[in-house]
Structure formats: structure tokens, C-alpha cells
Ligand binder design. Structure first.
Ligand SMILES: Nc1ncnc2c1ncn2[C@@H]1O[C@H](COP(=O)(O)OP(=O)(O)OP(=O)(O)O)[C@@H](O)[C@H]1O
Ligand SMILES: [Mg+2]
Length: 539
């Protein structure tokens, strides 16, 4: 069968072949009795002829391709492609790594990469492990020229990573252009192009969100990476604080956690109510009571980035607005120690002073004409002329809930302060700072959280003493933590607890002394006027 086909083919393509003579010689061969030798000789000749014919054809094709006009070549190429498509039952879809002028990595490519990282490890023989952008988790992905199979609603698809080698003239000649190739059967076209690709993008987003490295941003110039193009510079946010490790009353802790979770899950509510999807928290209390720690715990709970806004480094209200615009969704924007960040109440106080002096003038007989002519603009917050920040209270109020605050969503704004009474009421009213959380001295319940986390103790014979001492002394969680931290390898839980008891006793003694001194002073104060009267009498 094969021989006849080959000979027919040769006869067709080579009119000068000796097909007939050879056929004749084949049929005559048995008569001569040396058939085997003859067959092999003839086959060798035919193979030689065939290969020389193929070589000639290829040569001719190369000449045609090179010297025929561009239009002809184009037509041939199109015909070839159509012929291939006609017989090919599969569809091929490419997702390239870079879009445009290599400026930006394609989001689709990144999501496919994330999606495939979940299935490649099962299938591909060669894997690649990459660190996430900021040096976080190792992410596995398939290496080049590997293929993995996936299935979706009964349809089978094949993914492959390919590379077109780049010319030496490109900017990244060593990299070439990478792309993912998806191959599937024509009959699944609808299913794959709609549902399957949606599924890939959704799952890719989920995986990316899980592997995402959260960032801590600051607006202090040149503080972190100087390569940062925007107004914020950042580092990876890796604070270990969590609500589990925070020493707080369990009820209070639960209330805060529920409030935060309700906020993050209430997208529909905010949309329905026509409110910007943001929430303000004011954390106040003495130093060392865990305000900054709680900000970190909030960000970790919600899986948000943190923007640490240093108000004194912001030049004016315009810059403040620009900073706000550059923040992303899913973030905690924190202004620490807001009472000492800027003299935000100063302007208002000044206005109040002006107002009161005006009222004073009203009391006097100053001519009314002059007062009417007083330009109104002078009453506005006047920016400072020196190099310091010119952010005003109204600028900050607008930052929190002005019209610009809606560009972006799912944002938590946190102010921390040691002196809540110093703050302007407008700054902390509901709608701006929706929830006020007081963080105070350590309670016994808070101490038990420390004992569990630091010393792995649920109960101990000293706990009663500690409870009674804590009832009469104020000690900050920071001080409790400091006493419970082992300072040397020999420090066991007993030692740490006795350290704490000593600190508590000392604090109690100091408080008692202070109290006695105060009482004595009050006594003196009560007695003094009488003495003074007595001394006055003889005079
Ligand atoms: N409630 C708490 N739970 C757990 N640790 C705490 C708590 N409060 C304070 N700490 C510990 O004390 C240290 C200081 O706390 P933190 O910096 O959060 O206090 P702060 O209230 O922000 O103080 P400041 O007002 O001076 O900024 C932290 O390192 C933390 O370990
Ligand atoms: Mg702090």
C-alpha cells in the first residue's frame, strides 16, 4: 500500500522518474530469483528521489516567499491560515503580559497568573516560584512552555505559558513577550469566553487578595522608598497586633470588632442610605493605653492598608486634598495625636477672641459705622506665612467628610489623642468621628489577657493580690506589658508576676503619698485664711 502510494506520488511530482521501469523490474524480479536485494535497492532509490524532491520543493518555496511580492505572500499566508482553521477543532486565546508600550502589566495576565498558581502545582512538571512584589509570600506559577489542564462544567481547557523572543532592539531583549495561551474546543466557545473567563478573573482576584502584601504609607518626604512616584511613600505593613492580643475588656473588644466588621460588610447599606462608605473612630486615653496598637489591630482585622498622615508635613489644604485623592480603597487613614499635630483650634479660638473683643466693643460707644465696614474675609482662617503647615481646621473637616472624601470607598479614618477635651467639637462630631473609644488604664480583665499571651497562664495564686492592687492603682497596659516581658532567659512567670506586684505596690505607695500631700495642702488652705485674719487684726 505504502509503496504504491509513494510511487504514485513520485510519478506525479517527478515526470522523469523511472517508475515504470522500476515497476517492471519489480514484477520481473521474482523471475530472476533475487527479489529481496532488488526491493531494498529500489526502496533506497525511491527515498533518495523523494527527499531530493522535498528539498527542491522547499527551496522553491523559500524562493517564492523571498522574491514574490508582499501581496502574494500575504494571500498565501491567509489561505494557509484559513485551511488550518478549517481543519482545526480548537480555539486559541492569548493573554499578553504587557499592554501598550510595556508600561503596565496587564491586569488580566496578573489575574490569570494568580488563578493558575492554584492549579499548576497539581499538573505542571516545571514550576516557578516568585516573591510577591514587596518580598512577601512565595507564589508558584508554571514555567515557560509548560501546559496545564483545567476543567469547567464538563469542558476541558489547556493553559500554556509561551514567549515570543524579542528582537535585540527592544528595551528588554532578554525577556521577550510572555503570554498565556488558552486552548479549548470550538463547541465550548460560549461557555469558555463568558462563564469560564469570568470564573478565572474572580478566582484570580480572590487569590490575589489573599496573597496581597499590605502597605504602610506615610507622607513624610523621603521617609521610605524614594522611588515612590506619588505623594505617599510606603513599606510593607507587618504589625503583629490583633484584637486577640489586645488587653481590653472582652465586652468592649467584641463591640469594637463587631462595629468594624459590620462596617466592612455593609456596602449595600451605605449605597442605599446615600452615605460615603467610610467610618471615623476617635481613640482617646492616656499615653501607653494601646491607641496605636489598636490602629494596627484594626488594619489587620479588616486586611486594609494603613496611611499614616503626618499633618505637620502637609503644606496646605490643597496638598491635603491631593493626599486624600491618592489613597486607595480598603485603607485606614490615621492621624496620630491630633491634638498636637496642628494648632487646629487656634484659628477658631482666635475668631472667638475677635468675636468677644467685638462684643466688648459693642458694649462701648464705638461708632457702628466703622464696624460695618470691617471686611468679612478677615474672619476666615488665615494661612500662616512661615514655612510651617498651613492646613486649617476647615481643610481638615473637608478632608474627612467633604465632597472629595467620596473618591474611594471602604475607608476608616482614625484620630488618636491623649486630650480629647482639647479637640474642636466639629472635628469629632458624629458623621466625622462616628465612634469614640476610650482606652484607659489596665483592668484585671486586661491583665488576664496579658498573662495568657505573655506567660501562658490562665490562673495563678498571685492573681488575687494583683486584682486587689489593680482595683486601687492606675497602671497603663504598656507598664503591665513591660513587667511581664522576660528580660533574661532566667526570668520565669513567677519572676515576671512578682515584678508586676512590686511595680503595683510602688505605684500604690506613690499614689497614697500624693493623696496625703493633697489632703494636707487642702487642710492648710482651709486654715490659712483664718490665720491671715488673725494676723491682720493687730494691724
Ligand atoms: N491594650 C493593650 N493591649 C496590648 N498591648 C498594649 C495595650 N496597650 C499598650 N500596649 C503595649 O504598650 C505599648 C505602647 O502602646 P501604644 O503605643 O499603642 O500606646 P498609645 O496609647 O498609642 O500611646 P501614646 O498615646 O503615647 O501614643 C505597645 O507596644 C503595646 O505592646
Ligand atoms: Mg500612640
Amino acid at each position: 500500500m505504502h509503496f504504491s502510494l509513494i510511487s504514485t506520488f513520485l510519478a506525479l511530482i517527478n515526470p522523469y522518474s523511472h517508475g515504470k521501469a522500476q515497476t517492471r523490474s519489480l514484477s520481473a524480479a521474482p523471475k530472476r530469483g533475487n527479489s529481496m536485494q532488488m526491493v531494498s535497492a529500489t526502496m533506497a532509490e525511491r527515498w533518495a528521489t523523494l527527499s531530493s524532491t522535498i528539498a527542491s520543493l522547499m527551496f522553491a518555496w523559500a524562493i517564492i516567499c523571498q522574491y514574490s511580492p508582499y501581496e502574494v505572500r500575504n494571500i498565501i499566508e491567509k489561505l494557509k491560515q484559513r485551511l488550518r482553521d478549517y481543519f482545526n477543532p480548537y480555539i486559541q486565546l492569548c493573554i499578553h503580559e504587557y499592554t501598550g508600550e510595556r508600561l503596565k502589566r496587564s491586569e488580566g495576565y496578573v489575574l490569570v497568573e494568580s488563578y493558575l498558581s492554584s492549579i499548576t502545582s497539581k499538573d505542571a512538571n516545571r514550576l516557578r516560584a516568585d516573591l510577591e512584589n514587596d518580598g512577601g509570600n512565595l507564589v508558584l506559577s508554571m514555567d515557560e512552555f509548560q501546559k496545564v489542564t483545567d476543567e469547567f462544567e464538563g469542558a476541558q481547557v489547556w493553559w500554556g505559558l509561551r514567549r515570543i523572543s524579542a528582537s535585540s532592539r527592544t528595551y528588554y531583549p532578554e525577556q521577550g513577550k510572555r503570554f498565556y495561551k488558552l486552548v479549548f474546543n470550538k463547541k465550548h466557545r460560549e461557555l469558555i469566553t463568558k462563564s469560564y473567563l469570568d470564573h478565572v478573573m474572580k478566582k484570580g482576584k480572590d487569590i490575589r487578595a489573599r496573597n496581597r502584601q499590605r502597605k504602610l504609607f506615610t507622607n513624610i518626604p523621603g521617609s521610605y522608598n524614594k522611588m515612590s512616584s506619588g505623594m505617599w511613600s510606603h513599606i510593607v505593613f507587618e504589625h503583629p497586633a490583633s484584637f486577640e492580643t489586645m488587653a481590653l475588656d472582652p465586652e468592649k473588644k467584641e463591640e469594637i470588632v463587631e462595629d468594624l466588621l459590620a462596617f466592612s460588610r455593609n456596602k449595600e447599606f451605605y449605597q442605599r442610605a446615600g452615605k460615603a462608605w467610610k467610618r471615623g473612630y476617635l481613640l482617646y486615653g492616656p499615653p501607653g493605653t494601646g491607641k496605636s496598637t489598636m490602629v494596627a489591630a484594626m488594619a489587620n482585622l479588616l486586611n486594609y492598608d494603613v496611611y499614616d498622615l503626618e499633618l505637620t508635613a502637609v503644606r496646605d489644604n490643597t496638598e491635603l486634598r491631593r493626599l486624600l485623592i491618592e489613597t486607595t480603597s480598603k485603607s485606614v487613614i490615621v492621624i496620630e495625636d491630633i491634638d498636637c499635630s496642628l494648632d487646629l483650634t487656634g484659628q477658631r479660638k482666635k475668631n472667638k477672641d475677635e468675636k468677644s473683643s467685638e462684643e466688648d466693643r459693642d458694649m462701648t460707644d464705638e461708632p457702628k459705622k466703622e464696624r460695618k465696614e470691617e471686611p468679612k474675609k478677615e474672619r476666615k482662617e488665615v494661612p500662616k506665612e512661615d514655612g510651617s503647615s498651613r492646613v486649617t481646621l476647615s481643610g481638615l473637616l473637608n478632608f474627612i467628610d467633604g465632597i472629595w472624601s467620596c473618591c474611594g470607598s471602604e475607608r476608616v479614618i482614625v484620630f488618636t489623642t491623649n486630650y480629647v477635651e482639647k479637640l474642636d467639637h466639629a472635628l469629632i462630631r458624629s458623621g466625622r468621628m462616628d465612634k469614640h473609644i476610650e482606652l484607659s488604664y489596665c483592668s484585671f480583665k486586661g491583665f488576664k489577657v496579658f498573662a495568657k499571651n505573655y506567660l501562658n497562664l490562665e490562673t495563678h495564686q498571685t492573681f488575687d493580690k494583683i486584682e486587689s492592687l489593680m482595683g486601687v492603682t492606675n497602671i497603663t497596659p504598656a507598664d503591665v506589658a513591660e513587667n511581664l516581658v522576660p528580660k533574661s532567659p532566667r526570668d520565669d512567670p513567677e519572676k515576671c508576676l512578682s515584678n508586676l506586684i512590686r511595680t503595683l505596690e510602688e505605684a500604690k505607695e506613690a499614689a497614697d503619698k500624693k493623696k496625703k500631700a493633697k489632703e494636707a495642702q487642702e487642710m492648710i488652705g482651709a486654715v490659712q485664711p483664718q490665720d491671715e485674719k488673725e494676723t491682720e487684726k493687730p494691724e
